[in-house]
Design a protein around this ligand. Structure first.
Ligand code: PGA
Length: 242
């Protein structure tokens, strides 16, 4: 893990409080300069958003734009499992990011150009899949991939089936995701991993410190990123080399 910024917290609650404090600090900025944050969905960031709402409620966020990492294809924003719905529920309904500054990747939209035009991402929040995906960049994704439509792997559909009545078939088969290069283009990346279920993939990832990108494990793109941070609770860190 030499050279990597790895932070281990007692539990997911301590991680959430610390990460939310940092994200809030970045979002508030000086209150004037434009700030672009890349946000993630999934179960891991939910406690982060809970803390973030406490920290940002009532604050002026008119200088903030947000760019979500990914979205399923074929779900309306009102669908309870769409990521637009998730973000509304966990963050945007409670804090004052202007609705016109909230972006999600969509087929047919040049998301990378939009991000670049707006000045690039200051910070990108990320979870990690047990298969090493970041966003919906599944194993096999190219290092230079940009925002695009992707097919979800069987492993990801199975992992997400719990949100769609337990059926992998009912889980969307496609999504639009920021690419590996889009994510790695953020000035800072904060990858969050909590719980014993992430211990194996985090050990596999961090033991590759110093090595080059491996498409079999897309999160390895972060290992060469000077602005990458890895935030783990003790359970997710249980298999790291001491
Ligand atoms: P999770 O998903 O936070 O629900 O574990 C992370 C991911 O698949 O990127």
């Amino acid at each position: 893990m030499k050279g990597l910024s790895v932070h281990v917290y007692e539990d997911s609650e301590a991680l959430a409080a610390a990460v939310a404090a940092e994200v809030a600090r970045v979002m508030l900025g000086d209150g004037k300069t434009r700030v672009n944050v890349g946000l993630a969905t999934g179960s891991t960031p939910i406690p982060v958003y809970r803390h973030l709402v406490q920290l940002l409620r009532g604050k002026d966020l008119s200088h903030v734009s947000s760019f979500n990492l990914d979205e399923y294809e074929g779900l309306e924003a009102s669908h309870p499992e769409s990521y637009r719905h998730y973000m509304q529920e966990h963050l945007f309904a409670h804090v004052a990011v202007p609705p016109g500054n909230i972006f999600f990747p969509e087929a047919g939209r040049d998301y990378d150009a939009l991000i670049a035009e707006r000045g690039g991402l200051d910070l990108q929040l990320l979870g990690i899949g047990t298969n090493g995906h970041i966003g919906f960049n599944e194993p096999g994704s190219a290092r230079d991939s940009r925002t695009r439509r992707v097919e979800l792997s069987a492993a990801t559909r199975a992992a997400n089936a719990r949100f769609f009545g337990g059926s992998a078939e009912a889980t969307p088969s496609h999504a639009v995701t920021m690419g590996v290069a889009t994510i790695a283009g953020a000035r800072r990346t904060l990858l969050l991993a909590t719980g014993a279920g992430k211990a194996e993939i985090m050990a596999a990832l961090l033991q590759r410190a110093g090595r080059e990108y491996d498409p079999a494990l897309p999160a390895t793109a972060l290992l060469q990123h000077a602005g990458a941070e890895f935030h783990l609770d003790r359970a997710a860190a249980a298999r790291l080399d001491k």
